[in-house]
Design a protein around this ligand. Structure first.
Ligand SMILES: Nc1nc2c(ncn2[C@@H]2O[C@H](COP(=O)(O)OP(=O)(O)OP(=O)(O)O)[C@@H](O)[C@H]2O)c(=O)[nH]1
Ligand SMILES: [Mg+2]
Length: 360
């Protein structure tokens, strides 16, 4: 505090330092400015206070805008991914999503209630699968109209779009269909794959098509369609049956995402069934678990590494240490090999639950 200021100014300055919110700080600063001595020697002080007032006003404004945006934005629900992958639990209201989440993770994390719409925010929890952790996230209920934004629908479906896989909780086929349809309307397709046609704009004139034999309709129709949609100069590769132009439209639609999914009926729950569901959920992630051991160590299982399906011995070495990959001589594998502890090279493709010993 400057020595030649009034008691009022000193009080206002104390209020400023004690203030907890930007609004309270702003009130105190305004008070400071009105009580700062008017003589020339305090001009720099006044300027400094005015500068802080302007900064604080814009901070408050920004915060207000952020809050307003949060209420309307489709990106306001977010759960950071952890573990092997993020799997969302979705379904209609009161179908047992919270009940199933708690059973799968073995803890009472989500609130199970006899009334609908009790879950209003995503509820993340980690599920153990043979020593690896899979992130499950219960999402608030999806209903007819969610795709148009009803009941936070856009935010909820935004979470599904971002997830690695999906579990639909439903007690009947009809209930499940409502969910599948709402997602499809939002360009989230479950258990479907992109139609096998790839179209890329090209710098050469005309449309080059390979795999015409897979087309179940006239090639001229396809060419006309591509011209109409801005692909007059393009390279087209067809690798499987294409039945209709709507499949071509689907393949060209970059907003569509494809997710693997399973459906669970919470009323079929039993401890035995839950073991099966956990396994099915893990399979959705297209991952393998690999246990690593050092040479001469016993085969005791430690925390597994999770890797994408198709990973090789070389990938494991690279994952363990950046030097390992270049120094790798060979590995021994227990599990998928013909013999226990069989010697394999860097290109050997590992299978789920293999035990691997890297030799450098
Ligand atoms: N005993 C038993 N009760 C179940 C089962 N599945 C659902 N319930 C009951 O169904 C009601 C709804 O369960 P919740 O898990 O809260 O449902 P939800 O889908 O999470 O519902 P909201 O998030 O509120 O939309 C609760 O009263 C549960 O006890 C089940 O398999 N066994
Ligand atoms: Mg719930």
């Amino acid at each position: 505090m400057a020595t030649n200021v009034s008691i009022e100014y000193a009080n206002a300055e104390k209020k400023y330092h004690d203030a907890k919110t930007p609004e309270d700080k702003l009130t105190a600063l305004l008070e400071m400015r009105s009580t700062v001595p008017s003589h020339k020697g305090c001009e720099a002080m006044r300027r400094e206070i005015s500068k802080k007032i302007a900064e604080l006003k814009s901070t408050i404004e920004r915060q207000k805008n952020a809050v307003a945006k949060k209420g309307s934005s489709s990106a306001s629900m977010y759960v950071k991914k952890e573990g092997v992958g993020q799997v969302v639990l979705i379904g209609g209201p009161n179908v047992g999503k919270s009940f199933i989440l708690n059973k799968l993770v073995g803890k009472d994390i989500a609130q199970v209630t006899p009334y609908p719409f009790a879950t209003t925010e995503p509820v993340p929890a980690m599920m153990d699968y043979d020593g690896a952790s899979v992130q499950l996230v219960e999402l608030p209920a999806i209903i007819e109209g969610s795709s148009e934004g009803k009941a936070q629908g856009k935010e909820i479906i935004g979470m599904v779009r971002n997830a690695d896989a999906v579990v639909i909780v439903a007690s009947s086929k009809e209930e499940g269909k409502v969910i599948v349809d709402e997602l499809a309307k939002s360009n989230v397709y479950l258990n479907k794959t992109k139609p096998p046609i790839d179209v890329k704009s090209s710098s050469f004139p005309g449309i080059q098509i390979s795999g015409k034999e897979y087309l179940k309709f006239g090639v001229e129709q396809l060419e006309q369609y591509l011209k109409n949609t801005g692909y007059s100069n393009s390279n087209v590769i067809i690798t499987g049956t294409i039945n209709s132009l709507s499949e071509v439209a689907q393949a060209l639609n970059e907003r569509i995402v494809y997710k693997k999914a399973i459906a669970i009926n919470s009323w079929e729950y039993s401890e035995h069934k839950a073991v099966d569901w956990k396994c099915q959920i893990f399979l959705l992630l297209d991952a393998i678990l690999v246990y690593t051991k050092k040479p001469n160590q016993t085969l005791e299982q430690t925390e597994p590494l999770s890797l994408p399906k198709g990973s090789t011995v070389f990938d494991v070495a690279k994952h363990l240490h950046k030097d390992f990959a270049s120094k790798l001589k060979f590995a021994r594998v227990w599990g998928s090999t013909k013999f226990d502890g069989q010697r394999v090279g860097p290109e050997y493709e590992l299978k789920n639950k293999d035990i691997i010993e890297i030799n450098i």
